[in-house]
Design a protein around this ligand. Sequence first.
Ligand code: NAI
Ligand code: UGA
Length: 430
Amino acid sequence: MELSIVGSGYVGTTLAACFADLGHDVVNVDIDEDIVESLNAGAAPIHEPGLDELVERYAGDRLRATTDYDEILDTDATFLALPTPSNEDGSIDLRAMQAAADALGETLSKKDGYHLVVTKSTVTPTTTEEVIAPRIEEASGKTVGEEFDVGMNPEFLREGTAVEDFLDPDKIVLGANTDRAFDLLDEIFAPLVERADDPAVVRTGIREAEMIKYANNAFLASKISLANDLANICKEFGVDSYEVLEAIGLDSRIGSSFLAAGLGWGGSCFPKDTAAIIAAARSRGYEPRLLQAAVDVNDQQPLRMLDLLEDRFDPAGKRVAVLGLSFKPGTDDIRESRAIPLIDALLDAGATVVGYDPVATDNMREKFPDIEYTSTAAAALEDADAALVATDWDEFAALDDEFDEMRERVVIDGRRIVTRRDGLDYESLV
Ligand SMILES: NC(=O)C1=CN([C@@H]2O[C@H](COP(=O)(O)OP(=O)(O)OC[C@H]3O[C@@H](n4cnc5c(N)ncnc54)[C@H](O)[C@@H]3O)[C@@H](O)[C@H]2O)C=CC1
Ligand SMILES: O=C(O)[C@H]1O[C@H](OP(=O)(O)OP(=O)(O)OC[C@H]2O[C@@H](n3ccc(=O)[nH]c3=O)[C@H](O)[C@@H]2O)[C@H](O)[C@@H](O)[C@@H]1O
């Protein structure tokens, strides 16, 4: 099929390359000329395992990129994969979606046949029907349900395993209002259903599909926060939280994933999506108490880490190494990384901070240009008074003699990754 994707970031590029791999002809539309140039030259604009190979294989053939919305005219369906960041108050910022809907509508005014527009971005319930569809109608002069349909297909991929997650999902959620839209969505996803390992296909309404995405992320974020809350209780009683969490994870009703307690959740999605759905709920007069508590627990974890340090000494004037800057291992993405509030708190307390990460240093330098960075963990530990572990990079598990070069061997582990041994003043956050 001929497909177009507006927005070529993490999701749009992965979607485009994977759709091409599934046999579709894909055109990516982005306002960023560098991204378009990079894609057309066969290089993915973002780093994801397996993505470069796919882009290189299909660029100039089944995959191409453009800044020109009119190239959408030759396609059967358009996926909107635009950013949906947070406003100051946490509510969803729909400006990119609105701009894209206006531009798409203008383009569709020139199209003769039927077109399907699918929201891929994470948007609060009713956005597709009440914001996107009316703007396309307005700009195109066409009527939804007649000359075009809208649909919603949320994405559940994780950064670092995006291609793998896309090509082998647990579920594919298809939201639509008309048989015609469902038929086309079925046709688009048929090669994926065939290739993947028996994914569930959920056919549902558009606003249900929108809410499924938030419910999914809210559940996972809350699961981690509940694990952290329980782990904090464990710590008060000298109970090993990891043994407890591992044991409860054996109950198939609970499941073992997303129970890794520690410094909490960051990244480009859990923080913004929990904030957006909380703000959306409040806009309708509902107070989501449990979800707010999940956010509160998450906000507390970095401060608890500082408390553990302050139990040992006043950090003012001390040299403190922060090991791990990315929001999770396997990525250079620092968006909402838990290392950020940790560094903020350390700086507020007057500490001298030295940061180390295998790949995220450049990104963190933009955020904190004035702290020191090292190119190895060993160099960060040299003469440090304390080491705080913020990200569970595998290499931190292998650190050993490097700790001997510290001035005071205080190690506070936010991710239970460091191997404990004699001679360290080691404490796990949970
Ligand atoms: N990053 C992730 O792991 C996941 C993200 N999502 C959701 O997918 C959506 C997109 O996220 P990302 O791909 O991470 O965003 P991104 O920021 O990586 O990419 C968005 C792209 O849209 C382009 N763009 C902005 N305005 C445009 C316009 N008017 N016309 C054409 N292109 C335009 C930007 O230049 C950029 O390349 C968000 O709603 C996000 O919540 C969902 C699942 C996973
Ligand atoms: O909507 C999105 O964008 C995506 O958000 C998350 O994916 P991602 O943010 O890439 O990363 P995760 O692997 O889920 O980790 C998120 C955060 O939770 C933390 N985490 C994760 C698992 C755990 O057990 N404990 C824990 O603290 C990680 O360190 C990280 O900071 C979801 O897992 C994806 O399904 C979803 O599509």
